[in-house]
Write a protein that binds this ligand. Structure first.
Ligand SMILES: NC(=O)c1ccc[n+]([C@@H]2O[C@H](COP(=O)([O-])OP(=O)(O)OC[C@H]3O[C@@H](n4cnc5c(N)ncnc54)[C@H](OP(=O)(O)O)[C@@H]3O)[C@@H](O)[C@H]2O)c1
Length: 217
């Protein structure tokens, strides 16, 4: 499968690494000249045979799945910029709507970035919340303390969630479907707690949330 990542920062690197390791091809969209090319060159070595990573420089999103690897505050603008092209596509929202100076949420209680992005996305697009509780550095590694990362997935379209779960699984991670898109509220809360704990426990951004389950026979 081809996946487009909008953004060329830490999460683009982490998610790109896992997609390429899973044999999927990645197109990178930057907003400053050279950054997508630089990241593509860097990610090349993560690509399993057959997978390619390229900079997208013609403004055309070349895939059915698009990851918004940008700050929440930029997400709505980007959706607007690519509005016509996003119709019918799976939009993966990874954002955490946090004021990083105060560590306070910037969406009201009872709301989420995921739901706000879905409101501005074109009809027929399918917004899926995923990867917002996984730290970028740990995505590059694919695991924490020998355990594959859990990737919590929320969305209202079952087929879209299944596609995202498959991408996650192929990258060596463990997908967990948490339900409808509004569960993004809880996932964004979980991510905020995770960020706060990094400082409290002085771990660096090197932890991961893990749901322990009984083995199924
Ligand atoms: N870092 C993590 O561990 C982590 C974990 C979970 C979720 N997240 C979420 O993932 C998202 C990305 O985080 P990150 O750590 O990758 O951030 P980052 O390293 O700062 O990268 C952000 C990317 O967004 C681009 N960008 C910023 N404003 C833009 C705009 N107006 N239009 C187009 N592109 C724009 C930046 O481009 P330039 O560099 O050219 O400005 C950069 O490529 C955020 O929403 C964050 O909350 C991060």
């Amino acid at each position: 499968m081809n996946v487009t990542i909008i953004g060329t920062g830490n999460m683009a690197r982490g998610i790109g690494t896992r997609l390429l390791a899973g044999g999927h091809s990645v197109g990178l969209v930057g907003h400053e000249p050279g950054k997508a090319e630089d990241l593509a060159a860097h990610l090349q070595e993560a690509a399993r045979s057959g997978a390619t990573v390229t900079a997208v420089d013609d403004g055309v999103l070349p895939s059915e799945v698009v990851v918004l690897a940008v700050p929440y505050t930029a997400a709505a603008l980007i959706v607007q910029q690519y509005y016509d092209q996003l119709a019918g596509k799976i939009i993966i929202d990874i954002t955490n709507p946090i004021d990083f100076n105060t560590l306070e949420p910037i969406v009201a209680p009872g709301n989420s970035a995921a739901e706000e992005i879905a409101k501005v996305a074109p009809a027929g697009s399918k917004v899926v919340k995923a990867f917002n509780t996984t730290f970028a550095e740990m995505l590059v590694a694919g695991q924490v303390a020998g355990q594959p990362l859990d990737v919590f997935i929320a969305g209202d379209d079952e087929a879209a969630k299944a596609t995202v779960a498959q991408l996650v699984r192929h990258g060596g991670l463990h997908p967990i479907d948490v339900g409808m898109l509004a569960r993004g509220q809880q996932l964004e809360g979980l991510a905020l707690l995770g960020i706060m704990l990094q400082f409290r426990l002085n771990t660096g951004f090197q932890t991961g949330w893990k749901l322990l389950m009984p083995e199924r026979g």
